[in-house]
Ligand binder design. Sequence first.
Ligand code: DX5
Ligand code: ZN
Length: 218
Amino acid sequence: MLKIAPSILSADFSNLGQDVEKVENAGCDYLHIDVMDGRFVPNISIGPVVVKSLREKSKLTFDVHLMIIEPEKYINQFVEAGADLITVQVETCPHLDRTIHQIKEAGAMACVALNPSTPLSALDYVLTELDMVLIMTVNPGFGGQAFIPAMIPKVKDLSERIQRVKSKTLIQVDGGINTSNIGMVAKAGAQVFVAGSAIFNHENPVIAIKELKDAAVL
Ligand code: DX5
Ligand code: ZN
């Protein structure tokens, strides 16, 4: 049941369609699309126009990670462009319960991301509403950063909380995931693994995905 979600942030943007086709043919289920605004994170990436044009070429589950302030202003646009799942950063949502309902009413699955220093208690009272929780394993903003090991006990703690409330909420991890740490994170309870540089900086993304899947179950 472990799933790999390639992050297009590390893809070749001049050949984005081809890069997406490669990972789709490699048997991925999700495509992780990082949206950055230069405000919440110190980097700018892409918007709904790119999601819409990829939607015409791909059947993957589009997992749109909004690293932007005031995400409620853009959620509906991203769903209309083709997002299947929307992730908001908890740090950007003073009305988190309302934002989660907005995502669902727009017709997408709802996920909330936590920065490394944000405690799990930020999800008290909304956990059972969520399709997925994203534990950031780097500080968001850039691809290619080093995995933060302190996130392993955080994933384990979240997994125990989800089991305690008998919820089906999935755990996703994002940042610095590679063949040397994916096994430990899987063991801690993560089920969906975002990987950008480990896939797109590899000479063969198809092999990279297979190696990640193999390393996750070792
Ligand atoms: C970081 C992004 C990640 C990033 C992952 O802010 O949210 O999705 O693209 O890239 P790697 O796997 O290279 O850390
Ligand atoms: Zn991401």
